[in-house]
Design a protein around this ligand. Structure first.
Ligand SMILES: Cc1ncc(COP(=O)(O)O)c(C=O)c1O
Length: 373
């Protein structure tokens, strides 16, 4: 399986850099959380957003963004987006009620959104702007890292580093309720196992075999479903949210990788992989990359592609062993752009640990998916 999230490889272990040095966390006071969704939940708590409040969320969004809002008893209200996923403040204005308390804005797939006008609008209506940098760990806008416009910002570490878990939260404006700092958390054996078995390190395939045999044996011993961990599901691209995960810090291994891995390597490899795949896709009928070229300052989280026949392409890519994400549930969010993208916009792997043969496999799978009848 070629995964969207980066796998641990020898290059990450050998790197002696600082993955956070050129990231949205650089030079900030931040707290490490168990995931991006846990960081959203903690931000809502800190700003006192409660039951019956409304939070404006872009219609094209991930369930992991709305679940923490609903977990507080608040209501996500969706605002429309333009074709390039930018927004018009007029659209937000149309959804404003006496219950609106906050707005979430996203830097999609690693390209910066211009949020200055939105911040002014939020200030004029006493709303909190939460800047969602889950896709934009290394993204710059006008040579500055994103994350400084919102009253608070969140990041998702596991989308950019080969960690089992990890998110981050920071404040650019004082929250109403100060947060209790999360105590450092050591990684469990289960987390280390999961990290290593999903890795590209020697011995990982043996570990995967052991896991498969064990799962098989357990399935034989009991018909009950094995207990699910929300954090594991977040790491595997799952979208559930367990409110208890708000009280957990990022694991020690995620914090170690943040200090140890190389920002330069991650940024360069991701941009290079993007360029290589985008070049190949230009000659393929039935598919195009969402951006005509990599936007200035962007470091891609995924390779976003628009397929003429999204459903067929999605099934074809999955059958080829490619982990591809899409947000089909956003069809219902009352936005024409989002309705079109819900099934046709596929998020493909572009991460730093992809090797030459994986890139070739990806490019062949994309061509086949675009041509599948
Ligand atoms: C835009 C956006 N924000 C937030 C999240 C939540 O991040 P995490 O998966 O780290 O909880 C996601 C994740 O899937 C996302 O796509």
């Amino acid at each position: 399986m070629i995964t969207v999230y980066p796998e641990l490889d020898l290059a990450a272990l050998r790197a002696n850099g600082a993955a956070l040095s050129e990231s949205v966390l650089a030079g900030r006071d931040y707290e490490l959380t168990s995931s991006g969704r846990a960081a959203i939940a903690r931000a809502l708590t800190a700003f006192g957003i409660d039951a019956n409040d409304e939070v404006l969320v872009p219609a094209y969004c991930c369930l992991a963004m709305t679940a923490p809002i609903q977990a507080r008893g608040a209501r996500p209200v969706f605002y429309q987006l333009r074709e390039d996923l930018s927004f018009d403040v007029q659209h937000l204005q149309a959804h404003l009620t006496s219950r609106t308390r906050a707005v979430i804005a996203v830097h999609y797939f690693g390209a910066a959104s211009d949020l200055d006008a939105l911040r002014l609008w939020c200030d004029s209506h006493q709303l909190i702007l939460l800047e969602d940098c889950a896709h934009a760990f290394y993204t710059q806008i006008d040579s500055r890292l994103v994350g400084s416009v919102g009253h608070a910002g969140i990041a998702s570490i596991m989308k950019f580093l080969p960690s089992y878990d990890g998110g981050a939260l920071w404040f650019n404006a004082a929250p109403r309720r100060p947060l209790v700092q999360l105590p450092p958390r050591s990684s469990s054996l289960r987390e280390y196992w999961s990290l290593l078995e999903r890795s590209r390190l020697p011995g990982a395939s043996c570990m995967r075999l052991v896991s498969r045999v064990r799962a098989h044996a357990m399935a034989g011993a009991s018909s009950a479903e094995p207990p699910k961990s929300t954090m594991a599901s977040a790491t595997d691209g799952g979208l559930e949210f367990d409110p208890a995960s708000q009280q957990l810090a990022a694991s020690a291994s995620a914090a170690w990788l943040l200090r140890r891995d190389s920002a330069r390597r991650i940024k360069n490899q991701r941009c290079e992989h993007f360029e290589q795949l985008a070049r190949a896709i230009r000659t393929m009928p039935g598919v195009r990359v969402f951006w005509s070229e990599l936007p200035a300052g962007a470091v891609p989280y995924v390779l976003p592609c628009l397929f003429d026949r999204g459903d067929i392409a999605f099934a074809s890519l999955r059958a080829s062993g490619i982990q591809v994400f899409r947000w089909e549930f956003t069809e219902q969010h009352g936005c024409e752009t989002t309705r079109r993208y819900a099934r046709s916009l596929l998020q493909l792997p572009v991460h730093q640990a992809l090797g030459h043969s994986q890139l070739l496999k990806l490019s062949n799978a994309i061509r086949a998916a675009a041509q599948a009848a």
